[in-house]
Design a binder for this molecule. Structure first.
Ligand code: NAD
Length: 291
């Protein structure tokens, strides 16, 4: 079995590392947070005293960190100079395309194959091993990574060259953020115009207005399949994470001079929603902003 190092054992990383152990990969793990490391020992990870030690004997290094600055710092300081030749590097964090390309460029200079492999699916999918991976990097590295990614996910898709995984992730989430807002305002307007939400759901979910935000994740309590709206918007995908992804999408759009008016508006509305104290609530709670 390939020897793995896993850095970043937070909400997502802990579930992912657990699934790797379940598939019998030997995993040496590291996190700055001691509680996260203690937790990882309970499901069979071996703990290292530093990131440098964790990666030193690995065949594959996987990272799952909060943001681009953490990824850049960790790879530059601890990973790129301490791995064996040909170690495969896989960053699963959601970060900006430019940083993903910059770090994989540094890896390339050292002849180290690197993939950006952000995920779709939240903590429940991370625990269940049912994440979707969107992978950027060359085909040879992608082929090498498939076995470990399959141990953590149900869909592993090669998006293209370095940075393409991050591009797919932020475009998908920009679409999701904007379509959730459109779904929310449509339900509110329908109700004000005298329509019962269930009746509107029955019509729109079978008509041209159908969206995933409506039929799989309805923001209205008691309508459609069970969703965070049925649980006071607890759990699910935090509004703060949606805002993070929308900001990354705006950064990406700016870098290539792309027009994204709906994405821009979605970013503004989610920023306002978070400022009003809703950061930890599921992103569908944005329905409460529309009267
Ligand atoms: P988290 O904050 O729970 O976990 C991040 C972990 O990284 C923390 O335990 C932190 O201590 C550790 N860390 C930070 N810098 C480190 C370093 N230099 N060395 C070692 N450990 C370090 O975050 P999360 O919710 O697990 O999300 C991780 C990534 O996944 C983010 O990029 C996020 O945008 C993305 N994501 C999250 C979700 C979700 O639902 N939580 C869904 C999809 C994608």
């Amino acid at each position: 079995m390939k020897k793995l190092a896993f850095i970043g054992l937070g909400n997502m990383g802990s579930g992912m590392a657990k699934n790797l152990v379940k598939h019998e990969f030997p995993v040496v793990a590291f996190d700055l947070n001691e509680a996260a490391m203690n937790n990882a020992t309970t499901f069979g990870c071996k703990i290292a005293i530093s990131a440098q030690v964790a990666v030193s004997d690995a065949d594959i290094v996987i990272t799952m960190l909060p943001a681009g600055e953490h990824v850049k710092a960790l790879y530059v300081k601890d990973i790129l100079n301490n791995v064996k030749p040909n170690t495969l590097l896989i960053d699963c964090s959601t970060i900006d395309v430019a940083t993903a390309q910059y770090v994989s460029g540094l890896a390339q200079e050292k002849q180290l194959p690197m993939l950006d492999a952000p995920v779709s699916g939240g903590t429940a999918a991370a625990s269940a091993g049912t994440l979707t991976f969107m992978v950027g990097g060359d085909s040879h590295a992608f082929a090498q990574a498939k076995e470990v990614l399959n141990a953590m996910g149900k869909n592993v898709i090669h998006a293209g060259k370095q940075g393409a995984g991050q591009a797919a992730k932020i475009c998908n989430n920009m679409l999701l953020g904007a379509s959730m807002i459109a779904t929310c305002e449509s339900f509110q307007l329908a109700q004000k115009l005298g329509l019962d939400p269930q009746v509107f759901y029955d019509i729109a979910s079978n008509a041209s207005g159908q969206t995933w935000s409506m039929t799989s994740y309805c923001p209205v309590k008691g309508v459609g399949p069970e969703s965070p709206a049925d649980h006071e918007f607890q759990g699910g995908f935090a509004s703060a994470l949606m805002l993070k992804d929308l900001k990354l999408a705006m950064q990406g759009a700016q870098s290539v001079s792309a027009d994204v008016p709906m994405g821009e508006r979605a970013a503004t509305l989610f920023a306002e929603h978070c400022e009003k104290g809703n950061s930890t609530l599921d992103f569908s709670s944005i329905i409460n902003q529309f009267s």
